[in-house]
Design a binder for this molecule. Structure first.
Ligand code: PGA
Length: 250
């Protein structure tokens, strides 16, 4: 079973519309021949512009978050249909910055995973341990519990649309990357957990990404791990050269 790799760029709170336009024009030509799936996740304000620019190219558009209701009095929030209407196909859900800074709990992460699937988009569900948890040997147990809560109620027939991103908190934006072996081990344990929650066949199809200080220099080793099916890239996704360096490694 060949899983098509994904290289997804999480722009976080970077890039105005104008900057996004310049970036995507460059990226489009650089990735014209890649065989992996390339996803860019701009801030909400640039989604429409980026989606128009990448139409008929290999680049897909993702959002960095979504609210878990269809519509209503939720000042400042963005609904799933607002995203599908713009051509968004992926949504990052439960990123550690959302969990820690905006206090998004597993229950709301789970609601978002489910509503994203109901709207025909793929959630990129982020899980990952703190440094403290890693040092006290709790990594796998903690990630398995995040998976149980995040995937609660997700039916088997929708599970192959879910993408999991393993992002150790201590490696995000710190320049400190997990070793390829650490990334591979945890991604394997994620696949084993999915196999027990669903079936081994479903687990074989789910794509599992690694994220946390991925750069062109370390991408090759990380992506060579059997259970790592791509990368979720923050800082290095903001420049066409480093982002395409990672895509080439893939
Ligand atoms: P980073 O961010 O590549 O800058 O560490 C990854 C992420 O937060 O998804």
């Amino acid at each position: 079973m060949m899983r098509q790799p994904i290289i997804a760029g999480n722009w976080k709170m970077h890039m105005t519309n104008t900057e996004a336009t310049v970036f995507v024009e460059q990226l489009k030509t650089l990735v014209a021949n890649t065989s992996c799936e390339v996803v860019v996740c701009p801030p909400f304000t640039a989604i429409s512009t980026v989606a128009d620019l990448v139409e008929d190219t290999k680049v897909r558009v993702g959002a960095q978050n979504v609210f878990h209701e269809e519509s209503g009095a939720y000042t400042g929030e963005v609904s799933p249909s607002m995203l599908t209407d713009l051509g968004v196909s992926y949504v990052i859900v439960g990123h550690s910055e959302r969990r820690s800074i905006f206090k998004e709990a597993d229950r709301c992460v789970n609601k978002r995973v489910r509503i994203v699937l109901q709207h025909g988009m793929s959630p990129i569900l982020c899980v990952g341990e703190s440094l403290n948890q890693r040092e006290s040997g709790e990594t796998v147990a903690f990630i398995h519990s995040q998976l149980e809560m995040g995937l609660h109620g997700v039916p088997a027939e929708e599970m192959t649309e879910v993408v999991i991103a393993y992002e150790p908190i201590w490696a995000i934006g710190t320049g400190r990357t997990a070793t390829a072996e650490q990334a591979g081990e945890v991604c394997q344990s994620i696949r084993e957990k999915i196999a027990t929650m669903y079936t081994p066949e479903i687990a074989e199809q789910v794509r599992i990404l690694y994220g946390g200080s991925v750069k062109p220099e370390n991408a090759k080793d990380i992506l060579a791990q059997t259970h790592v099916d791509g990368a979720l890239v923050g800082g290095a996704s903001l420049e066409a050269e480093s982002f395409t360096g990672i895509i080439e490694a893939c």
